[in-house]
Design a protein around this ligand. Structure first.
Ligand code: 13P
Length: 266
């Protein structure tokens, strides 16, 4: 059952979303096994949305296994053009063809390891929206930036640049999802405290209200990502600004992912 605090103190209008980012992990067999376990689990989809983002090579399998369920499928990246001479790239239309409804964009690993700038992310966000894919746009500061107390400045500039076109149009579809992932907490076991995360989430929501109409400021979901585990999800979800999680390592095993999904029961 939901704890009292959930019912009273921090009741949110936005439906929680638990999103699994597998990154470059799991063979086809392992992927099939994990998807089948998640598919068989009793999940109350009235209370939570569930999404998996496998590597490109497992997307077709995910589509085959998940069609007819409520589990959503995302890609982890895409190119901004619909087709053409872009060796090694995958287009938004190709992702739609293999059953993706969502796409993760601007993950810090893309930004740092593959030199993806916010300008590129902005182009991809626009292309995704144009193609009818829902972008999950990632932002987050490094440890150095946090220690220099520049977190909110970095977040603001990443938002301004990564959503530049939408800001210019003063229009952001309500289905767009944002994910705050402090770089220092990704894969390190070092989760942001719920207060640290809440502070940034509330800042992002203020930014949304300043840049878009009141409705999108209220309805857009902001996920937290960075060492989310079964033992810290509940506390994070008790924060009024946190609408779900983008989960890496702990989403690679059915037991831990399912335990995170059913956070509302603990
Ligand atoms: P971890 O949960 O492994 O820290 O990864 C977080 C992440 O980067 C999700 O996109």
């Amino acid at each position: 059952m939901l704890p009292k605090a959930w019912d009273n103190g921090v009741m949110k209008n936005r439906k929680p979303l638990m999103a699994a980012n597998w990154k470059m992990n799991l063979s086809l067999d392992e992927a099939g096994d994990l998807l089948n376990r998640v598919k068989k689990a009793e999940i109350d989809f009235n209370r939570v949305d569930v999404l998996v983002a496998p590597p490109f090579t497992s997307l077709q399998l995910a589509k085959k296994l998940l069609t007819g369920t409520s589990i959503l499928i995302a890609a982890q990246n895409m190119h901004w053009e619909a087709k053409g001479a872009f060796t090694g790239e995958i287009s938004p239309l190709m992702l739609k063809e293999v059953g993706c409804t969502h796409v993760i964009l601007g993950h810090s690993e893309r930004r740092t390891l593959f030199f993806e700038t916010s300008e590129v992310v902005n182009g991809k966000v626009s292309a995704a929206i144009e193609a009818g894919l829902i972008p999950i746009v990632c932002i987050g500061e490094t440890l150095e930036e946090r220690e220099e107390e520049r977190t909110l400045d970095i977040i603001r500039s990443q938002l301004n640049e990564s959503l530049k076109t939408s800001c210019q149009q003063r229009s952001l579809p309500e289905c767009v999802i944002l994910a705050y992932e402090p770089v220092w907490s990704i894969g390190t076991g070092r989760t942001a405290t719920s207060e640290q995360a809440q502070k940034v989430h509330l800042f992002v929501r203020r930014w949304l209200r300043e840049n878009f109409d009141h409705d999108s400021g209220d309805t857009i979901r902001i996920l937290y990502g960075g060492s989310v585990r079964p033992d810290n999800i509940r506390e994070l979800m008790l924060q009024s600004g946190i609408d779900g999680a983008l989960i890496g390592g702990a989403s690679l095993r059915a037991d831990s992912f399912l335990s995170i999904i059913s956070f509302y029961e603990s």
